[in-house]
Design a protein around this ligand. Structure first.
Ligand SMILES: Cc1cc2nc3c(=O)[nH]c(=O)nc-3n(C[C@H](O)[C@H](O)[C@H](O)COP(=O)(O)O)c2cc1C
Length: 174
């Protein structure tokens, strides 16, 4: 049973404490599929999803982020932007903007899909890019690791952090 999109958007929280239970393979496949369904400039889908399931790999990635809580996740997906693919089609704008935007859309899709399946995630942006790239063996000038996404069943769900009011972020131009 999955939740509706608005429910998932409103209820999703960043989860940093996971149960040790594994993520069913089929569920993981559906989360990755949701990522792959994201919109992208020219439908290039300039992304790769590197999936890590072994404790040792997860440890190695956690070390490269300097965020020890990541150890508790049974799955980590490293989301990589294919800068070269976007550059080939759209030049500098593709490389510096579209590839990152496209990849971010894929990440958010995965986070919402995971939540709909009762799983937690947390977008990890703070990590040593070169060390992660070396670990997953990608050339950072072509394939840039954009985020790490730990996935697992939440041990604890924090309450929502304060969000800005719409008044603060919406400018209605008349
Ligand atoms: C680009 C980006 C980078 C982030 N990097 C980290 C990170 O390195 N570590 C972490 O614990 N959370 C990270 N977060 C999660 C944010 O802290 C979190 O989304 C924010 O506090 C709002 O909480 P919520 O996701 O529960 O709404 C990141 C989120 C984004 C979008």
């Amino acid at each position: 049973m999955t939740k509706d999109v608005i429910g998932a958007i409103k209820e999703r929280r960043s989860i940093r404490d996971f149960k040790p239970d594994p993520v069913p393979q089929q569920t993981l496949a559906r989360i990755l599929e949701a990522g792959n369904m994201a919109p992208s400039a020219g439908n290039l889908q300039p992304w790769h999803f590197y999936v890590f399931l072994k404790k040792e790999s997860i440890h190695q990635l956690a070390v490269r982020c300097g965020q020890p809580w990541i150890h508790s996740a049974p799955v980590i997906v490293v989301i990589v932007a294919d800068l070269k693919a976007s550059e080939a089609e759209y030049g500098e704008r593709g490389r510096t903007l579209y590839a990152i935007q496209d990849t971010a859309a894929a990440i958010q899709n995965m986070m919402l899909a995971a939540w709909a399946f009762g799983l937690g995630t947390c977008w990890i942006g703070a990590f040593n890019e070169r060390k992660v790239a070396d670990y997953i063996r990608v050339d950072i000038d072509k394939l840039r690791p954009v985020a790490l996404l730990p996935i697992g069943y939440p041990e604890t769900i924090p309450s929502s952090p304060a969000k800005k009011s719409l008044d603060e972020v919406v400018k209605i131009i008349k």
